[in-house]
Design a protein. Structure first.
Length: 291
């Protein structure tokens, strides 16, 4: 998800300078207004780097308030669009606050939706306390609160996280060599956690924390912490490492351990730390194996 919010939100600074050059500095406490504005920025050799449109801009001594914002940034690897009902740029600290129907999309297919978004220029961070919805390829993530680098290469969803992933080859259960795909293979993988989700898209790793639960068809896995390694290009899960109070439910059978590692290459789960298997018997007797 190579979205450069740094470039997108940088237009606020450029807009402030352009607006003051156009109408003169605001020397009193009353605001000045521009209607139906359209601004563009250009880089080397006259190449357009960004453009922003809006219905109105109110310029105060300390802030610039924008309404009905539509921006587009032309990046080296990806172009990005941003829309928001309104925004406020604080001249003193360089902070930008966008609110109401904030949507960031990239030409490559990434999308972020939230009710508000803050950008802190000094520490290069975007954040929100509201619910956030992120989609990219075969992954959809929702959660409450976000902290991220401006280019979204590293993202942290703070709590109440839910991630849906489509991966036809994923299964905790052993695969049958029948030549036919399992019926449940088409079911989405749903991962939830009460704590934070930290995603590093460059390293292709996602870390889920606190009361983690994975649901896939008739299979379930529980753990205190779960690290998922994924392949963006292949749109697949490569490895799942679970730690702390691990429980795997496959139909009517349940496995317990302190740690579990699932690898997609061989479709195996390796259990360590006092593993125990409980098998349901049709005669009404539970058989338990382990140490």
């Amino acid at each position: 998800m190579r979205i450069s919010l740094f470039l997108i939100l940088g237009f606020f600074v450029a807009f402030n300078l352009s607006a003051e050059e156009a109408i003169g500095p605001n020397t009193d406490s009353s605001n000045q207004q521009i209607l139906d504005f359209e601004l563009s920025g250009f880089g080397e050799q006259g190449k357009k780097t960004w453009e922003v449109k809006g219905n109105s801009a109110d310029i105060f001594s300390d802030t610039v308030k924008l309404n009905d914002i539509k921006a587009r940034v032309y990046g080296e690897q990806d172009n990005v669009n941003l829309v928001a009902d309104s925004g406020v740029y604080d001249k003193a600290n360089g902070k930008v606050h966008l609110k109401d129907n904030v949507v960031v999309t990239s030409d490559s297919g990434a999308k972020l939706v939230t009710d508000s978004l803050d950008w802190q220029q000094d520490i290069q961070r975007v954040s929100s306390k509201d619910n956030v919805d992120i989609t990219k390829d075969n992954l959809k993530a929702v959660g409450r609160g976000i902290e991220a680098e401006p280019n979204l290469k590293k993202v942290k969803l703070n709590e109440d996280v839910k991630v849906d992933i489509k991966d036809a080859n994923f299964s905790f259960a052993p695969q049958e060599n029948s030549g036919q795909p399992k019926k449940e293979a088409q079911e989405p993988i749903t991962i939830t956690c009460d704590g934070s989700l930290n995603v590093d898209y460059e390293k292709q790793v996602a870390v889920f924390n606190k009361n983690v639960k994975v649901v896939h068809a008739q299979e379930e896995m529980y753990a205190d912490k779960m690290t998922v390694s994924f392949d963006i290009k292949g749109k697949s899960i490569e490895k799942v490492e679970s730690v702390g109070h691990v429980k795997i439910i496959n139909g009517e059978n349940t496995t317990y351990s302190e740690e579990a590692v699932y690898t997609a290459k061989d479709k195996k789960v390796v259990l360590t730390g006092r593993p125990r298997l409980v098998i349901y018997s049709s005669e009404g007797i539970n058989a338990s194996f382990g140490n």
